[in-house]
Design a protein around this ligand. Sequence first.
Ligand code: HQG
Length: 173
Amino acid sequence: MTVRLSKRLSLYLRHAPDKIGLKLDSAGWADVDDILAALHITRAQLAEVVATNDKQRFAFSDDGRRIRASQGHSIPVELDLPRRIPPAVLYHGTVAKFLGEIMRDGLRPMNRHHVHLSATIETAEKVGARRGNPVILAVDAAAMNAEGTPFWLSANGVWLAEHVSPLHLTQLR
Ligand code: HQG
């Protein structure tokens, strides 16, 4: 139940609020009451999904009246995330069939707003494994930071960048 609900929430809060007539503000926030009415769920059910979600994908506003996805949007939202100095190395999990393009063009956001990078190899492995046998790329975040490239950290610990040049990518496995 909670996984299904989480998937529906991801769809409406990241990609297609219109499907249920939901209005998101420019920072991606939706009214909790609107969600409850549209999905026919209780506040307790919503709170449980938010609290137990494996990747902490959703966050309530401080006053608890609004909710948004912490990252992963395809619709335009201005999350106003804090810019942060990244760890020296970050990781990206992908699959072999994308490698040629990635090593030519670098990592691109594709359908999302940012390239998603992981702080650990383990997490990158899980991300890559969604599509098949994972290939892990190490990202020289220290060099990018030294060049002035901005990084942001999402509320759920995902490192975000606009692009990663192939010059800063090394295939680990
Ligand atoms: C690849 C999930 C060709 C990239 C995960 C990836 C993560 C390129 C795919 C989060 C490319 C995009 C993000 C290029 C990148 N040419 N392919 N130049 N640059 N790619 O799903 O990083 O469940 O948008 O390697 O756990 O896989 O949504 O990004 O394979 O945290 O919360 O293009 O999504 O979290 O795929 O995953 P995605 P991702 P959620």
